[in-house]
Design a protein around this ligand. Structure first.
Ligand code: APR
Length: 235
C-alpha cells in the first residue's frame, strides 16, 4: 500500500455491514432482509404499484426501527476522520439510515436515499419525514397524498452519481466498508478507483464479491477495523 503520507483525497463507500453492530439488519446475510422478504415485492417500482400497502408498511417498520438505534464505534470513527481530515473526503453510503450523520459526519452522500425523508412524485420535493406513510398523509408542500419512501429501488437510478464519479476521479484512496459488492453501480466503484490509480482498501466481515480487486482487504467487524484504520490515517 502507498505511503499514507501521500494520501490526500479519500472516498469511503459504506454498506449495511457498518450498521450491523447497531442492530440494523443487513440484506444478504443469513436471516437478512432479503431472506425474509422478496426484493421484487418490497424494493421495486413494480412491487409498489402492485401492493403499495405492503411496501409502505415495510418501510414504515424500518423507519421506526432505525430511530431506536444508535451509531456504533465505526460510525464515530468515520465522523472523527471526516472532521479532522484536511484533504477532500466523501462518505458515499448505500445505507438509508442516518447513523453517519448522528455520529457527527458532515460529508455524507446517500446514494440509495434516506429513510428519514419522503419523496412526493407529484411535486418532486423531498421532505424530512419520521412518521408512517401507510395512512397516506398529505405532502407538506403540495398536499397530494402520493408520498413514497425516498429509497432507491431496483430499477431506479441511484442519486448524485455525477458527484460520486467526480470524487472517485480525484481520490488517492478508496475504502469500502461493510458492503457485499453485490449491487451496481456501487460494486463497480473499486474498479473505477483502481483504473484511475487510487489505492483501494476493503474492510469487511468477509470477502466481498469484488474483493480480489482491492489492493488490501482486512477482515473483521467494522466496530474494530474502522477505528483502527482511522487511527492510522490521523497519526
Ligand atoms: N462489520 C463489517 N462488515 C459486516 C458486518 C460487521 N459487523 N456485518 C456484516 N458485514 C458485511 C457482510 O459480510 C456483507 O458483506 O456487510 C455486508 C453486507 O452486505 P449486504 O447485506 O449485501 O448489504 P449492502 O452491500 O449494503 O447492500 C447493497 O443492496 O438491497 C440493496 O439497496 C440495498 O443498499 C443496499 C444494497
Amino acid at each position: 500500500m502507498r505511503d499514507m503520507g501521500q494520501i490526500r483525497n479519500i472516498v469511503i463507500l459504506t454498506g449495511a455491514g457498518i450498521s450491523a453492530e447497531s442492530g440494523i439488519d443487513t440484506f444478504r446475510s443469513e436471516g437478512g432482509l432479503w431472506e425474509q422478504h422478496r426484493v421484487e415485492d418490497v424494493a421495486t417500482p413494480e412491487g409498489f404499484a402492485r401492493d403499495p400497502d405492503l411496501v409502505l408498511r415495510f418501510y414504515d417498520m424500518r423507519r421506526a426501527a432505525i430511530q431506536t438505534k444508535q451509531p456504533n464505534p465505526a460510525h464515530y470513527a468515520l465522523a472523527r476522520l471526516d472532521n479532522e481530515w484536511p484533504g477532500e473526503l466523501l462518505i458515499v453510503t448505500q445505507n438509508v439510515d442516518d447513523l453517519h450523520e448522528r455520529a457527527g459526519a458532515k460529508r455524507v452522500l446517500h446514494m440509495h436515499g434516506e429513510h428519514l425523508t419522503a419523496w412526493c412524485p407529484s411535486c418532486d420535493i423531498r421532505s424530512p419525514w419520521r412518521a408512517p406513510l401507510m395512512d397516506r398523509p398529505p405532502c407538506p408542500v403540495c398536499q397530494a397524498r402520493t408520498l413514497r419512501p425516498d429509497v432507491v429501488w431496483f430499477g431506479e437510478m441511484p442519486y448524485r452519481m455525477g458527484e460520486i464519479y467526480a470524487a472517485l476521479r480525484t481520490c488517492d484512496l478508496f475504502v469500502s466498508i461493510g458492503t457485499s459488492g453485490a449491487v451496481y453501480p456501487a460494486a463497480g466503484f473499486v474498479q473505477n478507483a483502481v483504473e484511475l490509480g487510487a489505492e483501494t482498501l476493503e474492510l469487511n466481515l468477509e470477502r466481498s464479491q469484488g474483493s480480489s480487486m482491492f489492493h488490501e482487504t482486512r477482515l473483521g467487524p467494522a466496530s474494530e477495523l474502522v477505528p483502527q484504520w482511522t487511527q492510522e490515517m490521523l497519526r
